[in-house]
Design a protein. Structure first.
Length: 115
């Protein structure tokens, strides 16, 4: 059996939403599964899984694609970030993204020189 790579979260959400659209339009499950299998180059069995997810939860939010951003941080701060990620069982990127989003929501004025 040949197994392809897993799709990322953006593609997964798109496929579940396509399944939700087909299910919502009243397409029979077998026909919807064949349509999805053909459209996305997956097995009918995998297409049925997308349909099952769509029926269970409906349309899902398509996450924004991620980009790589390289920054230099003091070693102690990097260590704190790694520790926070480990203790919260999250990826380092998720911890940094949340921290930056919260900082920017507050206006991100800490450390700015006053004019």
């Amino acid at each position: 059996m040949v197994r392809g790579d897993r799709v990322d979260s953006v593609e997964y959400a798109r496929r579940v939403n396509a399944a939700a659209d087909l299910a919502g339009a009243g397409a029979p499950v077998a026909a919807a599964a064949r349509t999805l299998a053909s459209r996305y180059g997956v097995s009918v069995r995998q297409a049925r899984r997308y349909l099952e997810q769509a029926v269970a939860v409906g349309r899902v939010e398509v996450p924004e694609s991620s980009v790589v951003l390289t920054v230099k941080l003091p070693g102690s701060l990097a260590g704190q970030i790694r520790a926070r990620a480990q203790e919260s069982d999250r990826a380092i990127s998720a911890v940094v993204a949340q921290a930056l989003a919260e900082f920017l929501e507050r206006g991100g004025s800490e450390g700015r020189p006053h004019r």
